[in-house]
Design a protein around this ligand. Structure first.
Ligand SMILES: Cc1cc2nc3c(=O)[nH]c(=O)nc-3n(C[C@H](O)[C@H](O)[C@H](O)COP(=O)(O)O)c2cc1C
Length: 186
């Protein structure tokens, strides 16, 4: 049994890969975004958050990501070209994290925010998945158009995404598969 609620949220979280279309209430989403901004940073402007709540926009982004991701190799081509594949899994909310490369370790700064949001979501009963997939949309020649549409300034680099919503299926992974990393107490 986890020793407290925070540990419970951390240890019970799993990536969800099927979402209901139901929206996340404003106040809950706002709390998740606050948790993201509460994460440590190198400089206050090292990161920014783009919150996508229009499922049609998310679907377009997912299709653009698929188109670029397919070019990466056989594994991605096989997975992404499966009929009906959507790497955002129908999530009603996608948050894109963009970091400022002028600040050192901007990807680590964004990662800290992602993890805070995942834990906050879990504690609020919202399912989530850390996903690089949507960022593939920024790998291609349409990157500039996406940047403009999502209002991401030139100097920021999209580097991570969080999918949020209510689960339509159980997570793939089972809790028992955890705690297998090497841990050396020296
Ligand atoms: C940097 C990073 C990128 C990830 N990108 C994806 C992704 O694009 N799609 C996906 O379904 N899961 C993605 N994941 C989630 C991992 O697959 C997942 O966390 C891992 O399998 C462990 O499962 P759990 O989150 O249920 O504990 C990503 C995780 C990390 C840390």
């Amino acid at each position: 049994m986890p020793a407290n609620e925070t540990l419970g949220a951390i240890t019970s979280r799993r990536s969800t890969r099927a979402y209901k279309p139901d929206p996340i209430p404003e106040d809950i989403l706002s709390d998740i975004l606050k948790a993201g901004q509460a994460a440590p940073y190198v400089a206050p402007d090292s990161r920014r958050f783009s919150v996508l709540r229009d499922r049609r926009l998310i679907t377009r982004l997912s299709e653009a990501a698929k188109e670029q991701g397919i070019k990466l190799g056989d594994f991605q081509r096989e997975m992404f070209s499966a009929p009906g594949f959507d790497g955002t899994y129908g999530a009603p909310v996608v948050v894109i994290l963009s970091g400022n490369p002028e600040t050192v370790q901007y990807e680590a700064v964004c990662a800290a925010s992602v993890q805070n949001m995942l834990i906050a979501a879990q504690s609020l009963g919202v399912a989530s998945c850390w996903a690089y997939f949507p960022v593939f949309a920024f790998h291609g020649t349409d990157a500039e158009a996406w940047r403009t549409e999502l209002r991401i300034p030139q100097e920021y680099r999209p580097c991570a995404a969080v999918l949020l919503g209510y689960a339509a299926a159980e997570p793939y992974a089972q809790a028992g598969e955890r705690y297998r990393n090497a841990v050396d107490y020296v």
